[in-house]
Design a protein around this ligand. Structure first.
Ligand code: FAD
Length: 500
């Protein structure tokens, strides 16, 4: 890699996290940065997930960058296409395309200790960076169960995150596996055109009525003319969503009203008591992500839908067999089976100071300090990292907190003349111990459900156990005292002493 220009920053991923960081760098006058994205467009989650009905379950006025308001949201809760357009527009508006390399996948990143920089191998050639910002997303690696006989299946099979739009599904017999957020959004959209839908539901979700509605033209005009009005709406939504964190993390009584809401919704929409029983969750509300839908129960009661609760035993050439041995002929198999958040491939590709990869260090259970920095991995900032996912509010808010922290880290390096920062192992350990103690009290850990919040070691390495404003406060300033700062090789050690 001799002769490769060492960029100030390389950002991996062009979703909300990577684009947000790029925009902020640009606004601060930095130009020596590159964004690499393995997909052929920006947008991340909202580019990859094009399944029918794909929609954000956080209201538009909150689910957007604070520094790039959009008065033109046409729904209270944004649909995927509009979020994608918004992100493309942000990239253009802030001049990010010249810094962006699409169809460029990070294959390996190695910390070179004596050069104090990262050397990167990508699908389009080598790169080098003083600071590596990994923004690969938490929900970007689809999880597909390895079902016996899948290789024999002759029909079409795809995951909702790679929706096959060439398969129109009209008049087809379809098996759809899953009953989480994605299934609940996709099923009402596809069910009317199918000959038959076999819906394999392992665990019924708690579902509350959707409050989505169109945003009128008059309202959009008002937002355009009076931006503080949209700011006010954003603040109101934010405050309301934060109040849910009380129930999730502190006092379960706050969740009872939501449970009542969900039970009434089920009773109103499902008259058959036996079906209602099969659709009633046996765990506490909010233990898994709560689902918003007014269309799910009507769709799954349609005459062409068959609800299967017994799981999949095997696939055959043209059929699927459930655990009770019942065989159903199908043309298409759809996996609405979620993602692998704790086993991100990028963790196998990033190698730190000791030569070990993040995956080796994490050993199936990711840990970081503030979900962002990892001991042994100098000058690495990981976005949407361990324990930063939410059950109640916008991830964009968390990403903006991380971006502010990352910018302050770069500023601190400049001020101290440091070439390296690396979080102290004991700081990271104490932080994670605190998180785990707090998580032990939450509904995710005690609500009686299994969920993707738990990694293969049984540890909750996914959720943030508090208010988002607490995270914002903790990341407002880069706390240099929690880090080892190192001067450039050859410079006096005192040049990069941490702040007192
Ligand atoms: C279906 C769905 C619905 C969601 N709904 C909500 C919601 O309602 N509210 C909410 O707050 N959040 C929601 N989320 C979470 C959502 O992922 C975040 O809100 C946000 O979009 C994450 O942005 P990101 O930039 O961190 O990651 P992403 O948007 O996932 O972007 C990461 C990018 O990194 C790229 N990448 C990964 N590895 C590499 C590599 N090795 N080399 C190059 N590029 C790479 C990926 O291709 C991707 O484009 C949802 C997620 C999904 C999947």
């Amino acid at each position: 890699m001799k002769g490769t220009h060492v960029h100030e920053v390389v950002i991996v991923g062009a979703g909300f996290g990577g684009l947000g960081m790029a925009i902020r760098l640009k606004q601060q006058g930095m130009s020596d940065f590159v964004v690499i994205e393995r997909g052929d467009d920006v947008g991340g989650t909202w580019w990859a997930n094009s399944y029918p009905g794909c929609q954000c379950d956080i209201p538009s006025n909150l689910y957007s960058f604070s520094f790039a308001r959009n008065p033109d949201w046409n729904r209270a809760y944004p649909m995927r296409d509009q979020i994608l357009d918004y992100l493309r527009d942000c990239a253009e508006r802030f001049g990010i395309p010249p810094h962006t390399r699409l169809n460029c996948e990070l294959l390996a990143a190695t910390w070179v200790a004596d050069a104090q920089h990262w050397e990167l191998e990508t699908s389009t050639g080598p790169l080098a960076a003083r600071v590596l910002v990994a923004a690969p997303g938490l929900l970007s690696e689809p999880s597909t169960p390895s079902l016996p006989g899948l290789e024999r299946f002759r029909g079409n099979a795809f995951h909702t995150a790679n929706w096959d739009h060439s398969d129109d599904l009209s008049g087809k017999r379809v098996a759809l596996l899953g009953s989480g957020a994605t299934a609940v959004q996709a099923v009402p959209e596809i069910q009317p055109r199918l000959a038959k839908l076999h819906l394999f539901q392992r665990t019924p979700p708690w579902v509350i009525p959707h409050m989505d509605h169109a945003v009128t033209g008059a309202m959009r005009q008002l937002y355009r003319r009076l931006p503080p009005l949209q700011t006010l709406s954003r603040a109101g939504i934010y405050a309301l969503r934060e109040s849910m964190a009380v129930g999730i993390t502190r006092d379960r009584r706050w969740l009872k009203a939501q449970e009542l809401n969900a039970r009434l919704h089920l009773r109103r929409q499902v008259p058959d008591p036996e079906l209602r029983r099969r659709l009633t969750p046996d765990y506490e509300i909010f233990c898994k992500r709560i689902i918003l839908s007014s269309k799910w129960y009507p769709a799954i009661q349609a005459p062409n839908v068959d609800l299967v609760s017994s799981g999949v035993r095997e696939l055959r050439e043209h059929s699927i067999v459930d655990r009770d041995g019942v065989e159903r002929e199908i043309d298409t198999l759809i996996f609405a089976t979620g993602f692998k958040p704790a086993e991100l491939p990028i963790a196998e590709r990033i190698r730190g100071r000791e030569g070990s990869s993040l995956a080796e260090v994490w050993n199936g259970s990711p840990q970081a300090y503030l979900g962002t920095t990892v001991a042994g991995f100098p000058n690495l900032l990981f976005f949407y990292g361990p324990n930063l996912n939410l059950g109640h509010s916008s991830i964009v808010y968390m990403l903006e907190s991380q971006i502010a922290y990352a910018l302050d880290a770069l500023g601190t390096m400049r001020v101290h003349g440091a070439a390296e920062f690396e979080v102290r192992a004991e700081v990271q350990a104490a932080y994670n111990q605190e998180l785990q103690e707090r998580l032990a009290e939450t509904v995710w850990n005690t609500g009686g459900c299994g969920s993707w919040y738990f990694d293969r070691t049984g540890r909750n390495s996914i959720q943030w156990p508090g208010f988002t404003f607490e995270y914002r406060r903790r990341t407002r300033r880069f706390d240099a005292e929690s880090y080892r700062l190192a001067a450039p090789m050859g410079a006096p050690a005192a040049a990069a002493a941490p702040a007192a």
